[in-house]
Design a protein around this ligand. Structure first.
Ligand code: FES
Ligand code: FES
Length: 624
């Protein structure tokens, strides 16, 4: 199909350019006009990071073909601060501390602008409703709503314009809230994330991923891809010149699958081409012959004798086992008045940072292989990459681009190796930007867990014995599993004085997507089991849930189950504050869920239902 001549007004200026008929408005704005304030978070109309005004109407530009905006007046986030002066709303976002990673913020500012244009007097509930099409992964939304209310009040004259500037000139920063120095670049859309970066001569990268969970690679034929016009380089594991392995604790993952694939979505080959469409077509032209192998998806089954083995070095599929032993657990159970055993499970969780993975790599004038990416562990990755590409460390450079949300999920070097190899092979800059689907299918998740916990207690709530076995699905490669198992075990018995402890945490290889670092790093899974168990034990003993914790709480000078001596312990103060803030009804709980009197009070935060409930609904519900 021939290109079309696209004419429109963008941020007040006439634009006349040729555009591809299949092009999305988002791509035209970003790629052709280099207005990268509009981001792609999902590409599916769900997140709102791509929000722009088309003829005054807020639109998700990822869903709009450029042809549909023919002749329209388009406004992007860059248009809100045309002369460099931030709009009232942008200043309010800065003042209220409403941006964290910032990736959602340009879209959020556009949606907030639309909200106040529609109703300059919108109350907080209406603001929430109007921002319901925009997702933020970092802030918890409260400061965003604060910012919109602040802007509303300044615009309406309820507050003076000075409400948007620093409240004092004191230069002290310790013990007080300070403004983020990077906020203006985030609220204006000027901050460039890796996927926004371009450089002359840059090639675009497409990765070919496995459609099998476990299979031997019989052959890879890249000849058709290599022969395509516009393709500058194709790589497979055969192109790795050094030690082909990366990880966090054990380097068991090849840059691209070597000899066999171990999960659906694993990288097998990568193509660098003049544009993304050519790279995608070339990747699709690579022929792979697989020989399927038995698959294993359940970590309990993976531990049984005879189960399929993923890695030769771990014939029992155990990535890591961490045992902790204190005292005599059998004796502790024998001395207990009550013994309770339960099993708890947690699911895999996707980090869902708004910025999908992206990176740009090049070989500089001194032959230094340089990788720019939102990388949470650049020093470690620099050393690993030097081994992989067989270069001295002085010839490898990592530059950390702004991280549009990480939460631990960008600690793994899953694509930077491919970028470096393609830059070396083509001797041109290369850029890779993951789609949301690619990000979900190929990157690490929080470890799913199954935990059996047995606790023995005295009638007064003192814990005599604690026995926990937690089995975690580590997926196909090690990544952070060893560290997660270690921290899970160390924190499993909580901040409680327990004389007899037996803890075993296991990270297990399966053919699932690898598990990796995620906020709290293993503590969440064990704390969920231990704290849930304490509630159950309190109920069975007829004790108050706070009291059972105070009875067992570590105090200043306590020694942990792994022999760490604690100087000060704030647990008692934390429990006091929590009890007061939650409006806890003292005594043994006699009901659960929504029937509890201490849940859903006016001073408690109601269940999250962003954009779904207005105050009027709640009043009506209350009346019913
Ligand atoms: S809604 Fe367009 S990128 Fe998410
Ligand atoms: S600040 Fe909203 S996604 Fe990070």
């Amino acid at each position: 199909m021939p290109d079309l001549r696209f004419e429109a007004t963008i941020n007040g200026r006439r634009v006349s350019r040729s555009a591809k008929p299949h092009q999305r408005l988002l791509d035209f704005i970003r790629d052709d006009l280099n207005l990268t304030g509009s981001k792609e978070g999902c590409g599916a109309g769900e997140c709102g990071t791509c929000s722009v005004f088309v003829d005054g109407v807020l639109m998700k530009s990822c869903l709009m073909p450029v042809a549909k905006a023919q002749g329209a007046a388009i406004e992007t986030v860059e248009g809100l601060a045309k002369t460099g002066e931030l709009s009232v709303l942008q200043k309010a976002f800065h003042k209220a501390g409403a941006s964290q990673c910032g990736y959602c913020i340009p879209g959020m500012v556009m949606a907030a602008t639309a909200a106040l244009r529609s109703n300059p007097f919108a109350d907080r509930e209406e603001i929430k409703e109007r921002l319901g099409g925009n997702i933020c992964r970092c802030t918890g939304y409260q400061k965003i709503f604060d910012a919109v209310e602040l802007a509303r009040d300044v615009q309406n004259g309820r507050l003076p314009a000075t409400a948007l500037i620093e409240s004092d000139t004191d230069e002290a920063v310790i013990g007080k809230s300070v403004r983020r120095i990077d906020a203006p670049s985030k609220v204006s859309g000027r901050l460039r994330y890796a996927g926004d970066m371009t450089t002359p001569g840059m090639l675009h990268v497409q990765v070919l991923r496995s459609s099998h969970a476990h299979a031997r690679i019989v052959s890879i034929d890249t000849s058709a891809a290599q022969a395509m016009a516009g393709v500058e380089g194709v790589i497979t594991s055969a192109d790795v010149p050094g030690e082909d392995g990366f990880g966090v604790f054990v380097n068991d993952q090849p840059v691209m699958a070597r000899d066999k694939v171990r999960y659906v979505g694993e990288a097998i080959a990568a193509v660098a081409a003049e544009d993304l469409l050519i790279a995608q077509r070339a990747a699709a032209a690579i022929k792979i012959v697989y020989e399927p192998l038995p698959e294993i998806f359940d970590p309990d089954e993976a531990m049984r004798p005879g189960a399929p083995v993923l890695h030769d070095y771990a014939p029992d599929n155990i990535t890591k086992h961490i045992p902790i032993r204190v005292g005599d657990v059998e004796k502790g159970f024998a001395e207990s008045d009550l013994v309770v055993e339960e099993t708890y499970s947690t699911q895999p969780i996707e980090h869902a940072y708004l910025e999908p993975e992206a990176g740009l790599a090049y070989v500089d004038h001194d032959g230094v292989v340089t990788v720019i990416s939102p990388d949470q562990n650049i020093t470690h990755h620099r050393h690993m990459l030097a081994r992989i590409i067989a270069k001295p460390i002085s010839k490898v450079r990592f530059i950390m681009s702004p991280v549009g949300g990480g939460f631990g999920g960008k600690e793994d070097m899953i694509y930077q190796g491919m970028l470096a190899l393609l830059a070396m092979k083509t001797q041109r800059p290369v850029r890779l930007v993951f789609t949301r689907e690619e990000s979900i299918v190929s990157t690490a998740k929080r470890h799913p867990s199954r935990t059996t916990l047995c606790m023995g207690l005295k009638r007064d709530g003192r814990i005599c014995a604690f026995q926990m076995k937690m089995i975690c699905d580590g997926g196909a490669y090690g990544l952070s599993t060893e560290g997660v198992m270690r921290k899970a075990a160390i924190l499993a018995a909580g901040p409680y004085v327990i004389p007899n402890v037996r803890i075993d945490t296991y990270g297990i290889y399966t053919n699932n997507t690898p598990s990796g670092a995620f906020r709290s790093f293993g503590a969440l899974q064990t704390a969920f089991a231990t704290e849930s168990h304490l509630d159950i034990c309190a109920e069975r003993l007829g004790l108050d849930a706070f009291q059972i914790r105070r009875t067992n709480a570590m105090r200043d000078g306590a020694t942990t189950h792994t022999k760490a001596r604690l100087g000060s312990v704030s647990l008692m103060r934390t429990l006091d504050a929590l009890e007061a803030a939650s409006g806890w009804e003292s005594g043994a709980p006699n009901s659960r869920g929504g029937t509890r009197g201490d849940l859903g009070r006016d001073d408690n935060r109601p269940p999250c239902a962003l954009g779904a409930r207005l105050a009027s609904n709640r009043k009506q519900e209350a009346a019913e």
